[in-house]
Ligand binder design. Sequence first.
Ligand code: NAD
Length: 249
Amino acid sequence: MLLKDKVAVITGAASARGIGKAVARLFAAHGGRVAILDLDEAAAVAAAGDIGAGHIGLACNVTVKADCERAAGEILQRLGQVDILVNNAGITQPLKIMDIRPENYEAVTDVSLRGTLYMSQALIPHMRSRRSGSIVCLSSVSAQRGGGIFGGPHYSAAKAGVLGLARAMARELGPDNIRVNSLTPGLIQTDITAGKLTDEMKVDILKGIPLNRLGVADDVANSCLFLASDLSSYLTGVTLDVNGGMLIH
Ligand code: NAD
């Protein structure tokens, strides 16, 4: 029970096969109370119900600052405190550099990067007031190796931005006893690729993974639990690779 008496907020956690939902399920199994945020309120509420009693689901578009602030206020009112924030919401698009239009750039960078900034800003004052907090940000191996798996250059850029933002937050918030760390998953089998990843592509990708399998959402959830909980109490500003050895550096 690593999260007994803790409250965790997880963005983009309604997707049934997604990383956020797997994190929510694991956190609940470890005694945490969870607030699931996602675009669609009914889906967020249903996902919270799936993981058990006492968890809540709220609509929150992380690209909208007022939405993040409203959600943070409601969570504090209903659950009383927030100990952990997982900035998980993200989208991707398989575009080549010259095909990225302004709206593609905005869509992809807004959810991962602006969303991480806004949701963190919404909860930092509360965490500061308690001199306690753990923030985990979902980046990607794509940020480290320059894409080449599924997402386009704008996705790599957004996820590299997340790494920089997380490290800068770690430096600034350390004196407030708020830790900020990042996860860089490799290819994890969820719905983010929206059925566009062919079997042929998977075989190709597998050739570059020493552990010889694609990742599953629980692989990322287990690492997220480590970073969110007191098991990692002396870690801040780190990037934890969860990629089966796809990038050994
Ligand atoms: P997913 O598509 O299964 O889930 C993403 C969730 O984010 C969805 O529920 C979606 O509704 C939600 N979302 C989208 N825009 C949002 C917004 N503006 N506000 C709030 N929620 C929003 O994806 P996943 O594979 O579980 O990915 C989770 C995170 O992990 C993402 O940040 C992704 O970039 C990152 N990641 C995934 C992989 C992978 O291979 N699956 C690899 C590396 C990093």
